[in-house]
Design a binder for this molecule. Structure first.
Ligand code: KG4
Ligand code: ZN
Length: 340
């Protein structure tokens, strides 16, 4: 292995964001994300529209990432792309693009697991961020996943708990839909919650054994509660929106915290890193930070730009795999259900 600098172009297209990033070794030089606004009107991601939007976005997004990094494509060392998990039509766009570019430039191609990337985003070199020490517990909380993972090494990961139904981001988005908020509702509920009383409306916490999660019961409880209240007062949601949001947020954060405490007890590991779109949540970030003095945890919270889907996190996995010469070939196909 030479000591030459490594330039990775990374591509992420697993769901509804088209993203490209350029990394110089473990450092992100550029990270461009094009959000697909089209889904707002439908209250959730429409797969067919997502793949069409990826097709429109991918070339300009990659150009922009190269331009922002001030890198010519001929300088690239390797191409990394999200192989899965995600929406098949969306993954296919990034996969095909990455394959053809690597082939055209005659450079290595590296396939990346999106969920590993949410965890390994913590290894992006950044002066303001500390890298977690092995072993640590990673909690991935996104629109598609909710997992607690023991991370023994970069690529030695074991899932010890996960949701048996909805993901935590889905719980936010579906609750928001009931309240009449647009998709994605997570960030809106988070913002509104800061102005409300978290104990205004007690919602039930699910009883799920071990380290697994369940969020579908909470969504149903919220739906019945809102239906009952609006029958009595049609303006109930409007008049109580901030308190409802604060109560939802309070319940979700407690569910997450309870399971994390259990995971720490079970594994004896007190270093915790969170990742995924929902790790942008202010109450979860605060609860984790507070865990440092309350429970003696060491917590790692990603920078905002590396929480929701982005190609920077795909690039760091690409770099780590590049160091191990862990390449793939043109026969690789997207895999929408790939596991950690
Ligand atoms: O990781 P991500 O960008 O995409 C998936 O892989 O799913 O996560 C998107 C999810 C959405 O459900 C969105 O509502 C949620 O992350 N989210 C939040 C916040 N910001 C994004 N949920 C709660 N609070 C936030 N601040
Ligand atoms: Zn994600």
């Amino acid at each position: 292995m030479s000591t030459k600098d490594v330039y990775i172009l990374a591509i992420e297209s697993s769901c509804d964001d088209t993203s490209a990033a350029v990394l110089k070794n473990a450092k992100v030089l550029s990270n461009v994300v094009a959000n697909q606004k089209i889904h707002e009107a439908y209250g959730g991601v429409v797969p067919e529209l997502a793949s069409r939007a990826h097709q429109q976005n991918i070339v300009p997004v990659v150009h922009q990432a190269l331009a922002n990094a001030n890198i010519d494509k001929k300088q690239l060392t390797a191409i990394a792309f999200t192989r899965g998990p995600g929406l098949m039509g969306s993954l296919l766009v990034g996969t095909s693009f990455a394959k053809s570019l690597a082939l055209g430039l005659n450079i290595p191609l590296i396939d990346v697991n999106h969920m590993q990337a949410h965890i390994l985003a913590h290894f992006i070199e950044d002066d303001a961020q500390e890298i977690p020490a092995f072993p640590f517990l990673a909690m991935t909380i996104s629109g598609g996943h909710t997992q607690i993972v023991v991370v023994r090494n970069h690529f030695d990961m074991e899932v010890i708990g996960e949701t048996i139904d909805d993901a935590v981001g889905e719980a936010y988005d579906k609750s928001g839909k009931i309240l009449g908020l647009t998709y994605p509702a997570g960030p809106q509920i988070d913002k509104l919650a800061t102005q409300g009383n978290p104990k205004a409306f007690p919602f039930p916490k699910p009883k799920v054994a071990g380290l697994n999660f369940s969020f579908s019961g909470l969504k149903t409880a919220i739906l019945y509660f809102i239906q009952k209240q609006t029958k009595e007062n049609p303006d109930f949601v409007k008049e109580n929106l901030v308190d409802i949001c604060a109560s939802i947020q309070y319940t979700i954060v407690n569910i997450i915290l309870d399971k994390l405490k259990k995971a720490v007890k079970q594994t004896g590991i007190k270093t915790i890193a969170i990742g995924g779109g929902v790790s942008a949540n202010s109450a979860i970030r605060k609860a984790l930070k507070d865990g440092e003095h309350k429970f003696g945890w060491k917590t790692h919270i990603p920078k905002f730009e590396y929480t929701t889907d982005n190609a920077g996190m795909i690039g760091i996995v690409g770099y780590l795999k590049y160091l191990q010469e862990d390449f793939t070939d043109e026969a690789v196909t997207a895999n929408s259900r790939i596991k950690i």
